[in-house]
Write a protein that binds this ligand. Structure first.
Ligand SMILES: NC(=O)c1ccc[n+]([C@@H]2O[C@H](COP(=O)([O-])OP(=O)(O)OC[C@H]3O[C@@H](n4cnc5c(N)ncnc54)[C@H](OP(=O)(O)O)[C@@H]3O)[C@@H](O)[C@H]2O)c1
Length: 281
C-alpha cells in the first residue's frame, strides 16, 4: 500500500509532500480531553492512521487497541494490517470450510503467510504462489500444502492439476492485472474470487455476463468488515490470542531504521523480501 501511495496510485487528494504509512505500535504520550481507558505510557497499536511513518502521531482514541503484555512491539506492529486483512478474508469474505482448496498469491509475503496460517487453522488446503524458488521454503514452513513458482501469471495449469481439474473453492488475489485471468480460470463452479489489491493495478472493466461458472467475485477491504471500535478490538484480540498461543507465527522479513524507508520500499519492489517489513524510529 505504501508503495502504491508513493507512486501516486492512491491518496492523490492529499497534497505532496505527504507522510506515508497507516499502521504501527507505540506508547501513549498524552490523551485528549474526555478520552477514557488510555493513559500515558500505555502500549497501543493501530491499523489505519494515515501518516504513520512518524515518531509521534495524533490518532483518534477509537482507532487504538491496547497491546497485551504477552505481545511484544514488533509482533504487534506486524500483525495489525496484514493480520486483520487475512482474518477478514478467510473468516468473513469467504469463510473457509474444512477440506476447501484455497489459492493464495504472494504466499510468502506478510499477508500471504498470515492468510495461509488462518486457512490452515480452519482446515483448508492451501496452494500458494510465489515468484521465486527462494520463497518456497518459507511458504511451506508456514503451512502451504503445495507451492507454485511463477512471476508471469502462468500458474493456472499446474494449480488445476493439483485439484484434479476441479479448481479451487477460493482464490485470494492482490497481485495485479497479470494474475487476474489465471485466477478466474482456476475457480471451480460457484467458487469465490477474493480480489484485494488495487495498488498493484485493477483488472479493468468486467462484463458481468462473461463471468463463468456462477462464481462470486468481489473487492475485499478489511475496513468494510472491521468498521467499529468494538469489532477492531475483538478482531485484534483474536489475532493477539492466536499469536500468544503459538497458533499464528509472525514472520518479520526485515527491519529498517525509519530513515531507510526508501530502502525498505526498494527491497519490497524487488520482490525478494518475505514476511513483514518493519520501520523502527
Ligand atoms: N483490501 C485490503 O483490505 C488490503 C489490506 C492490506 C493489503 N492489501 C493489498 O495486499 C497487497 C499485499 O500487501 P502487503 O503490503 O501486505 O504486502 P505483502 O503481503 O508483504 O506482499 C508483498 C508481496 O507482493 C508480491 N508482489 C507482486 N507484485 C509486486 C510488486 N509489483 N511490488 C511489490 N510486491 C509485489 C510479492 O510476492 P511475489 O513476488 O512472491 O509475488 C511481495 O512479496 C497489496 O496490493 C495491498 O494493497 C489490501
Amino acid at each position: 500500500m505504501d508503495i502504491g501511495v508513493r507512486q501516486g496510485m492512491a491518496w492523490n487528494e492529499t497534497p505532496n509532500p505527504k507522510i506515508l504509512g497507516v499502521e504501527g505500535v507505540g506508547r501513549v504520550v498524552a490523551a485528549g480531553d474526555g478520552v477514557e481507558g488510555l493513559a500515558p505510557g500505555q502500549r497501543v497499536a493501530w491499523v489505519y492512521a494515515p501518516g504513520s511513518y512518524a515518531e509521534r502521531i495524533a490518532i483518534p482514541a477509537t482507532s487504538l487497541v491496547p497491546v497485551p503484555d504477552a505481545i511484544d512491539d514488533r509482533t504487534a506492529a506486524s500483525v495489525m494490517m496484514q493480520g486483520l486483512t487475512a482474518s477478514h478474508f478467510a473468516t468473513d469474505f469467504y469463510p473457509v470450510q474444512p477440506g476447501d482448496f484455497a489459492f493464495v498469491h504472494a504466499a510468502a509475503g506478510g499477508l500471504g503467510l498470515l492468510l495461509t496460517q488462518i486457512i490452515k487453522l480452519r482446515g483448508g488446503h492451501v496452494i500458494g504462489r510465489v515468484s521465486s524458488e527462494e520463497k518456497i521454503a518459507m511458504s511451506e514452513e508456514t503451512g502451504a500444502d503445495q507451492v507454485i513458482v511463477d512471476a508471469e501469471g502462468r500458474f493456472t495449469e499446474e494449480a488445476l492439476r493439483l485439484t484434479r481439474g476441479e479448481g479451487v473453492h477460493v482464490v485470494y488475489d492482490g497481485s495485479g492485472p497479470k494474475t487476474f485471468q489465471g485466477s478466474l480460470d482456476l475457480l471451480r463452479r460457484s467458487g469465490t474470487f477474493c480480489w484485494y489489491g488495487p495498488v498493484l493495478g485493477g483488472p479493468g472493466p468486467l462484463d458481468i455476463m462473461s463471468l463463468p461458472k456462477s462464481i462470486k467475485i468481489g473487492y475485499a477491504t478489511f475496513l468494510d468488515h472491521i468498521h467499529t471500535p468494538e469489532l477492531l478490538r475483538a478482531r485484534t484480540a483474536q489475532l493477539f490470542g492466536w499469536t500468544a498461543d503459538g497458533k499464528l507465527r509472525i514472520r518479520i522479513g526485515g527491519e529498517y531504521p525509519l530513515a531507510d524507508a526508501a530502502k525498505a520500499h526498494a527491497d519490497m519492489e524487488s520482490r525478494k523480501t518475505t514476511g513483514k517489513l518493519l520501520l523502527v524510529p
